[in-house]
Design a protein around this ligand. Structure first.
Ligand code: SF4
Ligand code: SF4
Length: 481
């Protein structure tokens, strides 16, 4: 039933939106017939929604640049050190052993974005995604400031290389690259921490070759993305954009052109009476001119639309001028535009919500049960057992202590089921540092007559003074009785 409704609706939209030349969506707006890229010069947006986006972008940029500098007990508040497998989320340290928590956390995030998309469409792209924030709210605004609005930019690009053009182009590229360096270093700070980034910047390069190369690669990558790739990231590279087709349905909210009200579109000409048989769209093309991905929203929801709402602002301004109601382009569901039953809570959103809640409960359960100390005790490879003269059998072990707490302390091990077994550390007892892994070796010695067989299972506990911190097990090998 829904499929039939959807296909009849699609036919309806197709018949409305095919333009005079019959070229409805049969080519990409940013590629010409020979396959060459068409550079998008979006007109500078202005209006209510653009202002909201500006305020939101200021807050998000502040959060992005300040967060790496925030520390909790001397450690970063957020760290994604994929190189050393060290993660700190909101001040909580996660070792590689907590990888399952990170995976579930990522699944929750992805499902949340999917659920959000099912209900609210691609709002994330236009309003929160760092790519759009930097592109539209930083780089594009610098471009408008130095080169002027879209037409001025086109004129400048077509003009000869005068001193003014050289000045403008150089100033723009220098600013673009400076900001790319800033973004690159901030990105690096999320991976290795601000202390390391400051060291790389302030100390001689030959002491930090790998860090310096990472900085250069990140800086040039961001420069390339924002100075050259631009909207291609959203329209052809980003996998999230590709998923829109399966995430959206006719109940999803998205930036939509109200074709029932706007069609048939008809131009208003000076000193000519307004035709009665036309819709509210006056075919001024302003919604297309402001679009940063170069599409015509009147062709319906499209993969390239990042829901930036620039076309809404542009059209509202036009509607105001021609004294027609605003909202010809608005955030709406296709169902609400076609006067069908609009239900924000539908089967799909309920199903996603249930799965999301299950994952959140599972993550919380695992997180609460997570211990601050983890011990891995394994028999040293290649060693079996040693038999001593006094009738004692010993095994050599390697230990790894993962201290996820913000305290440092000396760890003591005790065997629960080892009879008169004793533990002898090789060197000093382990001194674990906060959020670090400590490694070492130890012997476990058990009187031969207390061994029940060739292999015994030992249950051990780790203590900080008298406080039990972790329990773990290992095996002990001895001679056949
Ligand atoms: S801005 Fe509004 S009136 Fe102008 S072409 Fe777009 S939809 Fe039609
Ligand atoms: S169609 Fe409108 S909302 Fe979509 S990207 Fe273009 S301007 Fe933004």
């Amino acid at each position: 039933m829904i499929d039939n409704d959807q296909s009849s609706l699609n036919n309806e939209i197709d018949s409305i939106a095919i333009d005079d030349e019959g070229t409805f969506r049969d080519q990409l707006s940013t590629v010409d017939k020979s396959g060459k890229r068409i550079w998008v010069y979006p007109k500078k947006p202005k209006g209510r929604f653009y202002n909201y986006r500006k305020y939101i972008s200021y807050i998000l940029l502040l959060i992005l640049f300040v967060t790496p500098w925030i520390k909790v007990s001397g450690r970063p508040f957020l760290l994604f050190n994929v190189i050393e497998g060290e993660f700190i989320l909101f001040g909580v340290y996660f070792a590689p052993q907590d990888f399952h928590l990170l995976v579930i956390g990522m699944l929750i995030l992805m499902l949340f974005i999917a659920l959000f998309t099912v209900v609210f469409g691609r709002v994330f792209c236009g309003w929160v995604c760092p790519q759009t924030i930097f592109m539209e709210m930083v780089y594009r605004r610098i471009e408008y400031w130095i080169e002027g609005d879209a037409n001025a930019q086109i004129r400048l690009n077509k003009s000869d290389w005068t001193s003014e053009k050289i000045m403008k182009k150089s100033a723009k590229q220098i600013l673009f690259f400076t900001i790319a360096v800033l973004i690159g270093n901030t990105f690096l700070a999320y991976i290795i921490g601000t202390d390391q980034v400051v060291q790389i910047i302030s100390e001689p390069i030959n002491q930090h070759w790998s860090g310096f190369i990472a900085m250069v690669v990140f800086s040039f990558s961001f420069y390339f993305v924002f100075a050259s790739l631009r909207e291609q990231v959203c329209t052809t590279i980003c996998p999230y954009g590709r998923l829109q087709g399966v995430l959206l349905d006719e109940q999803s909210l998205a930036v939509q052109y109200d074709f029932t009200r706007g069609e048939p579109r008809g131009k208003i000409r000076k000193n000519q009476p307004v035709q009665d048989n036309t819709g509210d769209c006056i075919d001024c093309n302003l919604c297309v001119k402001v679009c940063p991905t170069g599409i015509d929203i009147r062709d319906g929801i499209q993969l390239e639309c990042v829901n930036c709402t620039a076309c809404m602002d542009a059209c509202d301004e036009v509607m105001e001028k021609v004294e027609r109601p605003k909202g010809l382009i608005r955030i709406a569901s296709l169902a609400s535009i076609t006067n069908k039953k609009f239900n924000i809570i539908n089967k799909r959103s309920i199903a996603y919500t249930i799965v999301l809640l299950i994952l959140i409960v599972l993550e919380s359960f695992l997180f609460i049960g997570r211990s601050e100390l983890e011990v891995i005790l394994l028999r040293t490879p290649g060693m079996l057992y040693q038999e001593h003269e006094e009738g004692v059998i010993s095994n050599l072990y390697n230990y790894q202590i993962i201290n996820k707490s913000d305290k440092e302390f000396i760890v003591d091990f005790k065997i629960d089921n080892g009879g008169d077994a004793i533990i002898e550390f090789v060197g000093q007892p382990p001194h674990t540092l906060s959020q670090k892994t400590t490694e070492g070796a130890l012997f476990i010695k058990i009187p031969k007559d207390q061994l029940s067989g060739r292999k015994s299972d030992l249950e051990l506990k780790a203590y900080n003074r008298d406080v039990e911190m972790a329990s773990f097990s290992t095996t002990f090998f001895g001679p056949k009785n």
